[in-house]
Design a protein around this ligand. Structure first.
Ligand code: 13P
Ligand code: SF4
Length: 302
């Protein structure tokens, strides 16, 4: 049954001249059918560079929206209509405008986990893999960083010559990891390496051996000699980690590390998406132009 569905998807993909992009948190069956699996940054790059006519984005809404902003002439499809990121909804346009009025000399850096309107109102975007570089590259001494407080406070801890004004947004999934849990795991597994995402709380970040985006975690885990590795990000990354590193043992830092929105997309949804061309992402052209500037500024940062 699964094989038949996979074949149908491959056939539709050829007929539509489509590319399937999947985030590292997607369920294994979706990762396995994808042309590219990666973190937010690499998927944005692929969305910007692809010459396919259709992009099927297996992830959450802001990711597919970023793909549409970068590739307006392509048809961008999100297989599950309500696959969203709660963090992206934690900053609204009126709130951000109010903050900008309060700090008129501040540059606005927005984490890609945000709506097109927020990207349009910002000076530059960042992802978890380039937030530090992006902020260091800005000449303003004051930076409003939206919406993730934990990623923002990580940046603030490294960039001492700027005032980083933090927003109170957070990831409900990464927030479930508690420092106490990490301390206990450390005691139980003294030789293991602990690798976490910067969306985790600062107390958790401090207890980790490595901090990085989903793809950076995957890369680092493959490079280190340690065989016992404990992961502090969404469980979807375990699929690729185990496949690429059969000799290593991977476990999750907390059982709560599951993003329900990322888990909504199944093989059937990818098939329906390609057969019915659903659900197409649209972005208002004026907003898109402004949001594109912020995304392009980010892609320029080396
Ligand atoms: P990455 O950019 O590290 O893939 O993270 C995206 C995300 O939503 C993390 O929760
Ligand atoms: Fe959003 Fe958190 Fe899910 Fe990432 S893991 S998509 S930040 S809710």
């Amino acid at each position: 049954m699964r094989n038949i569905l996979t074949e149908k998807i491959q056939k539709l993909k050829r007929e539509r001249n489509a590319i399937i992009l999947a985030h590292n948190y997607q369920v294994p069956e979706v990762q396995d059918i994808a042309d590219i699996v990666g973190d937010s940054y690499s998927l944005s790059r692929h969305a910007a560079d692809t010459d396919s006519d259709v992009i099927v984005f297996c992830g959450v809404h802001f990711m597919a929206e970023s793909a549409k902003i970068l590739s307006p002439d392509k048809t961008v499809l999100l297989p599950v209509k309500d696959a969203g990121c709660p963090m992206a909804d934690m900053v609204t346009l009126p709130e951000l405008r109010q903050m900008k009025e309060k700090y008129p000399y501040a540059a606005v850096v927005c984490y890609v986990n945000s709506s097109a309107e927020i990207k349009a109102e910002s000076d530059i975007c960042c992802t978890s893999s380039n937030a530090l570089k992006v902020v260091r590259n800005i000449s303003n001494k004051q930076i409003i960083f939206v919406p993730d407080e934990n990623l923002g406070s990580y940046v603030a801890s490294k960039v001492k010559d700027k005032e980083i004004i933090l927003w109170k947004g957070f990831c409900i999934t990464h927030k479930r990891v508690k420092a106490e849990e990490v301390k206990k795991i450390r005691q139980l597994h003294p030789d293991a390496k602990i690798l976490v995402h910067p969306e985790c709380e600062p107390e958790v970040q401090k207890l980790a051996d490595f901090l990085g985006s989903t793809s950076e975690i995957i890369k680092y885990a493959g490079e280190i000699p340690e065989r016992d590795i404990i992961i502090g990000t969404e469980e979807g990354v375990l699929h690729i980690l185990r496949r690429q590193n059969p000799g290593k043992r991977f476990s999750l830092l907390s059982p709560g590390l599951i993003c329900t929105n990322m888990k909504k997309t199944r093989l059937e949804d990818v098939h329906n998406s390609l057969s019915s061309m659903q659900y197409e992402i649209h972005v208002d052209e004026k907003i898109r132009q402004k949001a594109l500037r912020s995304l392009k500024e980010m892609l320029k940062v080396k």
